[in-house]
Design a binder for this molecule. Structure first.
Ligand code: ADP
Length: 319
């Protein structure tokens, strides 16, 4: 039997646990021996690598986060530690590795592959949805649903109190979460790093709306915009004349019960990743595109800058 390992690296997402469950099931179905690497690349270095069984994944499908832990590893940036990681995998005869992570994790993996020759397959997993070459990253749907529920709740209080609420979403330099959430929650204002904005140009129209009876505003802003969220709230108070509050959603966006979509996507990503390795693909990332799942070379994924879908961005005009 061949040995295959899986690890989670960088920010955790809801959907990693369903992926781990199916990793064990599908590996065994394919006559592979599954291993878990605990705490990301740290676990590779510290030899925190253990055989996985059905028992390890019982009762985790509905849980956010990752049962095997995730981490950022400064040590993995250094060749001497990556050599230890290689030795640890060699000792256990593991020559196939699946990594759930973002583009940072894939960059590390690319270097590791070139040095160690250990075959790998990457599964894009980040709520930011900012990996080029894939339209979907595991965890995004769960995060969007948490944001939706939060905005719906905030709208209740905003409307009762006549207030403007500035709701800040995660996403680093990417405005995907803010944009999709603003569109699907009927926000009056959406600010993302990908699009220049000029608040002054909105002042007349917003004041007019208040005159005509509007009691509240919902503004969804990405954490990566040039202003602080508090600056936007101050603008509402000073220029529009409405009391305002900031709500930074923060890490609640990453946790929680994985949605049906993320559970299914976790299964499909895992099937594709294991199949890719069994077919002999040595350094691929499973990307989800309009034409379904595609294997892309890591160089292409890591070296192509991410661009937010312009068709989606065009909707911003209507907000
Ligand atoms: P994400 O995968 O979510 O984008 P990070 O950018 O924090 O997360 O990267 C996760 C980990 O990947 C880092 O802590 C490090 O261990 C590894 N990594 C990232 N870039 C490199 C690199 N250039 N060389 C080696 N390891 C890297």
């Amino acid at each position: 039997m061949n040995n295959i390992a899986i690890l989670c690296s960088g920010g955790d997402v809801s959907g990693m646990n369903p992926a781990l469950k199916h990793f064990v099931e599908y590996s065994l179905q394919k006559d592979l021996t599954p291993y878990f690497v605990y705490d990301g690349y740290e676990g590779l270095i510290d030899n925190n690598i253990k055989k996985a069984t059905y028992k390890d994944v019982a009762g985790i499908i509905n849980r956010g986060g990752t049962k095997i832990g995730s981490a950022r590893s400064q040590r993995f940036m250094q060749k001497e530690y990556r050599e230890i990681a290689k030795k640890n995998l060699n000792m256990l005869n593991i020559d196939m590795l699946i990594v759930l992570g973002g583009d940072g994790s894939f960059r590390g993996l690319d270097i590791f592959y070139k040095e160690s020759g250990i075959k790998f397959c990457g599964i894009p997993s980040t709520i930011d949805n900012d990996i080029s070459s894939t339209e979907y990253c595991l965890g995004v749907d769960s995060a969007l649903n948490i944001i939706k529920t939060s905005i719906d709740s905030i709208r209740d209080t905003a409307s009762s109190f006549s207030r403007a609420f500035v709701i800040e979403t995660m996403g680093r330099d990417c405005g995907f979460l803010a944009l999709v959430s603003a569109l699907t929650s009927g926000a009056e204002l959406c600010l993302v790093p990908e699009k220049e904005y000029d608040l002054k140009s909105l002042e007349e129209s917003f004041k007019e709306q208040i005159k005509n009876g509007r009691r509240y505003f919902i503004a969804v802003v990405a954490e990566g915009i040039k202003d602080e969220s508090q600056d936007i709230a101050n603008w509402f108070e000073e220029k529009i004349g409405i009391e305002s509050r900031v709500s930074v959603l923060g890490h609640i966006q990453r946790g929680g019960n994985p949605t049906i979509y993320d559970r299914l996507m976790a299964y499909r990503f895992i099937n594709n990743a294991i199949d890719a390795l069994l077919e002999g693909k040595e350094e691929s990332i499973i990307c989800y595109t309009k034409d379904g799942f595609k294997y892309k070379g890591i160089d292409e994924v890591v070296n192509t800058p991410f661009v937010l879908d312009p068709k989606l961005l065009r909707f911003l005009k209507n907000i």
